[in-house]
Design a protein around this ligand. Structure first.
Ligand code: 5AD
Ligand code: SF4
Length: 438
């Protein structure tokens, strides 16, 4: 019987996509993927290093797993950004970890596991300028059979001063567009109805003559019944060419994640974001002009180095102007090795960071609720995904804008498109009912 491996994933969508590549590499090498931790001989923890609390969560998990590790019991491997950042130091600090493997070294995993079985601890952390795993068909671990991630590029070299990603994921490289289209075609043929193209900065995708707009055009042309999403965009590179391609395909979802990070030009400069608030608002204006029904979401950081009350107020002002549909909001966390950790003091007291973050969260909550109230009475085409978490009698799905709609089940089936009318809302969810004309 082959040995079983259980994969646990923390962090961003890219990590979930990577875990599916890892699953495929291991299965190919003769291992079985365990459905639960209990049956596994190995647990691989795919990790995030973006903020300190993400790393603390993983350390806590690793320590918690110690109780399952009797003699010859469960072996732990740490993958992903934390493995890359800490390398063999992680095995010294957490001595129940048997190996670490960085994001560009996953093809080495079968060797690593074999070594561990023979009692050798090891770290594989070499970064690559070419690895894209383009030839590996990911196993769909997290999937509901309807929606899947496709990683189209890896790495980042924008070097935002606060960010560890360029150090943990290496240089930017794009995957051959033919392999991306083939993967999406294969998914559609197997019944999938939505793909999300992933990269740290998809707008700088380039392979030969193919840029991101052309890639989106090609994927969206596979079938009008296949929804196409993408994440993440960098505002400095979001061009009208992409917006025009989006406008020309109704199946490219009307949702753009456009991380702003701060509403203050002074902060943006210190963050090395390479745009101003004016430029950013110009991009939002272009989105609203070319794609009037498009939702806009963002990431923001509270309490970056030297942030004054005025800078913070500028962020709140920007939120009031843009009126985001959703925002991921964070407290600044200084990361070792970044430009900011060397040159920009982490000088905002934690209670000030918390207060500013809470102000942003409160404002955004209010805006999201107001935005949602305006949706009441509208009808949307929803891709039905499954049962609502709260009740078996209700289903949930998303509209093109990526808003979740919950509605009475009726005769609707997961994996199909239905029209849903919005009857009510919370700040996070639209509540609706199936219309009868579909
Ligand atoms: N501290 C807080 N948030 C961060 N992010 C990236 N680095 C840090 C950091 N050091 C946030 C940014 C980014 C998102 C993925 O995580 O907002 O867009
Ligand atoms: Fe980090 Fe900036 Fe790259 Fe995003 S674009 S991964 S924030 S360095």
């Amino acid at each position: 019987m082959s040995e079983k491996v259980y994969i646990e994933t923390y962090g961003c969508q890219m990590n979930f996509a990577d875990s599916e590549v890892v699953g495929s590499i291991l299965r190919e090498a003769g291992y079985t993927l365990a459905a639960t931790l209990d049956e596994a001989a190995y647990v691989l923890i795919n990790t995030c290093a973006i903020r300190d609390n993400a790393e603390q969560r993983v350390r806590h998990r690793v320590r918690e797993l110690r109780s399952r590790q009797g003699r010859g019991g469960l072996r732990i491997g740490v993958l992903g950004c934390m493995a890359e950042r800490l390398q063999s130091r992680l095995m010294e600090e957490e001595d129940n970890v048997s190996f670490v493997c960085g994001p560009d070294a996953y093809r080495r995993l079968p060797d690593l596991l074999r070594g561990v079985a023979e009692g050798r601890k090891a770290a594989e952390v070499e970064l690559s300028t070419t690895e894209t795993y383009a030839d590996i068909e990911p196993v769909r671990l997290a999937s509901n059979g309807i929606s899947a991630y496709i990683s189209i590029m890896r790495g980042c070299q924008n070097y935002c001063t606060y960010c560890v990603v360029p150090y943990t994921r290496g240089r930017e490289r794009s995957r051959d567009p033919r392999t991306v289209v083939a993967e999406a075609e294969g998914l559609f043929a197997r019944g999938y109805r939505e793909v999300t193209l992933l990269g740290q900065n998809v707008n700088s995708y380039r392979h030969g003559d193919t840029g991101f707009a052309a890639l989106m055009d090609a994927v969206a042309s596979i079938d009008p019944g296949l929804r196409v999403r993408f994440a993440t965009s960098h505002p400095k590179d979001l061009g009208d060419d992409l917006l025009e391609v989006m406008a020309s395909h109704t199946n490219i979802c009307r949702c753009i994640h456009l991380p702003v990070q701060s509403g203050s030009d002074r902060m943006l400069k210190m963050m090395n974001r390479k745009y101003t608030v004016e430029w950013y608002l110009g991009r939002v204006e272009a989105i609203r002009r070319l794609l009037p029904d498009c939702s806009v979401t963002t990431d923001v950081i509270a309490g970056f180095s030297g942030e004054t009350e005025d800078d913070h107020q500028a962020t709140l002002d920007l939120f009031r102007r843009v009126r985001y549909d959703y925002a991921y909001m964070f407290k600044y966390s200084q990361r070792e090795g970044t430009y900011a950790s060397r040159h920009l003091p982490d000088d905002i007291p934690d209670e000030v960071k918390t207060r500013r973050l809470n102000e942003i969260i409160a404002l955004q909550g209010q805006i999201a609720l107001e935005n949602n109230r305006r949706e009441v009475g509208r009808e949307y085409e929803v891709l039905v995904e499954g049962e609502s978490h709260r009740s078996k009698e209700r289903l949930f799905g998303r509209n093109s804008q990526n808003k979740v709609l919950v509605f009475d089940r009726g005769d609707a089936q997961p994996g199909t498109y239905r029209t849903v009318r919005v009857d009510d809302c919370t700040a996070a969810t639209l509540l609706g009912s199936l219309t009868h004309n579909n």
